[in-house]
Write a protein that binds this ligand. Structure first.
Ligand SMILES: NC(=O)C1=CN([C@@H]2O[C@H](COP(=O)(O)OP(=O)(O)OC[C@H]3O[C@@H](n4cnc5c(N)ncnc54)[C@H](O)[C@@H]3O)[C@@H](O)[C@H]2O)C=CC1
Ligand SMILES: O=C(O)CCC(=O)N[C@@H](CCC(=O)O)C(=O)O
Length: 489
């Protein structure tokens, strides 16, 4: 008998599929085991969500919000516990996972505000009648989460979806099942009725079964561009289904002239190496000017990056970078670096695997200026590519030379440079003299190109959680003051 890791129609059940495990990537220890949901269990979760959908939509937003607020209280009560579970399962240091747990709490208040502001009810003046714009939930939505923020990012779809009156079937990353389970338990404790939120755990096959099921009305996805593109293809020819894709980026950070070198380097480090480079918003490409100013920044960046503390999530004092999500992820970064070196890159600081069997790696910096055909890939880890340039217009061409368009930044003391940069750069998050990671939940969050499908999340998640309904209303049917030509009464 395996553990009850599936939550379907208010019941915790053992999966009927293959057993899979979750590892602590810093210690290479198994910390969770469970069996995947079978195709039949995925169908049962969708059926449960369908059965619960009408009653949940009818419940009224105030009552739905009361449950969401109770969930936020429970999250606050269990913040330390949740932060520890996120840290164990992802390898992220505790200081950082505490901020993830806090963002999850904050999501409820922000989603409430966004619900009323973006999808509330509006009455417009109209002679002889009343005109309304109201919003309705889609019905049953599937939510897919990534491993890098296993609480905060699926939470960013689930909270607004539930507030808007949808019911949900949640498929977390197979690398972070324990976080998902803890999160759903808190919703259960908060008093969510059976069937309103269902959890189906498993690997890719579980995801495929959920995404392909005709019973879902929409799918909200945060994950890789590869999977997002597959889903986009799968949803083609189904215009009636809402698909929100939040995907990766190959994000540029451009430096022009800055007086405070340390401040610039700190902003670069926060942009490139936080979460061991495993944020979709992380800077992958650093564009530095040729000449002394660029050389000074690079020298200091190498010095500071060499000294970054990497370690186990609960080490004291705390490391800046924890382990990557897995040994395989660490290996893939070593391989990415080798590939760029083979193409003609010059290593300035080697990214190295620090302990066999774990996801612990040191940050790397590689000069890729000499690579004529630089791969437009998201290397999802702590490897920063440096590109040297002469003039700002050239930097903009390089920065925009990507199929993605998630985040981008400029470090510069010049307002004119910022003005030029902002007008030319193509991305959904564009910052000046601030890290390009750490986006606010109170703003829209999404990218263009292969970073998404124009369904921004965070504050604008409210938009994809409900559809607008326009109504013209009068208490009794009445004759118009004038008749159309050709009509006789
Ligand atoms: N734009 C954004 O808001 C964010 C984007 N990301 C991106 O997510 C990626 C890292 O997350 P991962 O967990 O590796 O993403 P992933 O794409 O491998 O997995 C995401 C989810 O999709 C499921 N899945 C995978 N293949 C599937 C298939 N063929 N059919 C149905 N479901 C499938 C997985 O089981 C998981 O639940 C990075 O590329 C990162 O840039 C991460 C965080 C935020
Ligand atoms: O979704 C939100 O509430 C805001 C977006 C957000 O939190 N972004 C984070 C993490 C996204 C990632 O995984 O990279 C960020 O910008 O650092």
């Amino acid at each position: 008998m395996t553990e009850a890791v599936q939550y379907i129609n208010g019941q915790w059940l053992a999966g009927e599929g293959d057993v899979f495990v979750s590892l602590d990537p810093a210690r290479n220890e198994e910390i969770w085991q469970g069996a995947a949901a079978s195709t039949e269990q995925v169908a049962a979760a969708i059926a449960a969500a369908r059965d619960a959908a009408v009653a949940w939509a009818d419940t009224g937003v105030e009552q739905r919000l009361a449950i969401a607020k109770r969930y936020a209280e429970l999250l606050t009560e269990h913040k330390e516990h949740l932060a520890r579970i996120i840290a164990r399962e992802t390898g992220k240091p505790l200081w950082e996972t505490l901020t993830e747990a806090a963002a999850m709490v904050g999501k409820v208040g922000i989603s409430e505000k966004a619900y009323f502001e973006r999808t509330g009810t509006v009455e417009n003046p109209m002679p002889g009648a009343r005109a309304f714009v109201r919003h309705k939930p889609h019905g049953v939505v599937a939510v897919f989460g990534p491993y890098n923020f296993p609480g905060h990012l699926p939470n960013g779809h689930i909270v607004p979806a539930l507030i808007a009156g949808n019911t949900v079937v949640f498929k977390p990353s197979e690398l972070t099942p324990m976080v998902a389970q803890e999160m759903v338990k808190l919703w259960e404790q908060a008093g969510l009725p059976a069937g309103v939120l269902n959890l189906v755990q498993g690997e890719v096959d579980t995801g495929k079964a959920l995404a392909a099921h005709p019973g879902i009305d929409g799918l909200f996805f945060t994950g890789s561009s590869r999977t997002g593109n597959l889903l986009h293809n799968q949803f083609s020819g189904q215009p009636g289904k809402i698909l929100a894709l939040e995907m990766g980026g190959n994000n540029p950070l451009v430096v022009t002239q800055v007086e405070d070198v340390d401040a610039a380097v700190h902003t670069i480090v926060q942009s490139a190496f936080i979460t061991s480079g495993q944020r979709c918003t992380c800077s992958r490409r650093l564009l530095l000017p040729n000449g002394d100013a660029g050389d000074r920044i690079l020298a200091r960046l190498l010095e500071v990056t060499r000294a970054i503390k990497v370690g186990v999530y609960d080490a004291e004092p705390q490391p800046f970078m924890g382990a990557m999500i897995s040994q395989q992820a660490a290996r893939s970064m070593v391989a990415a670096q080798a590939h760029l070196l083979a193409l003609g890159g010059e290593s300035l600081l080697m990214l190295k695997s620090l302990q066999a069997g774990t996801g612990l790696v040191s940050p790397g910096i590689i000069d890729v200026t000499a690579i004529a055909e630089l791969p437009d890939e998201e290397y999802f880890g702590p490897l920063l590519q440096v590109i040297r340039y002469d003039e700002l217009p050239e930097a903009l061409v390089i920065a925009n030379n990507t199929r993605y368009g998630l985040s981008a930044g400029l470090l510069s003391d010049s307002a004119d440079d910022w003005d030029y940069f902002f007008r030319r750069i193509r991305a959904g998050i564009v910052n000046w003299n601030k890290p390009i990671t750490g986006a606010s939940s109170a703003a829209p969050f999404g990218g263009i190109g292969d970073s998404g499908n124009h369904r921004a999340s965070a504050y604008y998640a409210a938009d994809y959680c409900a559809y607008p309904v326009a109504s013209v209303e009068e208490d009794k049917v009445s004759m118009p003051a004038t008749l159309s030509p050709g009509l006789t009464f």
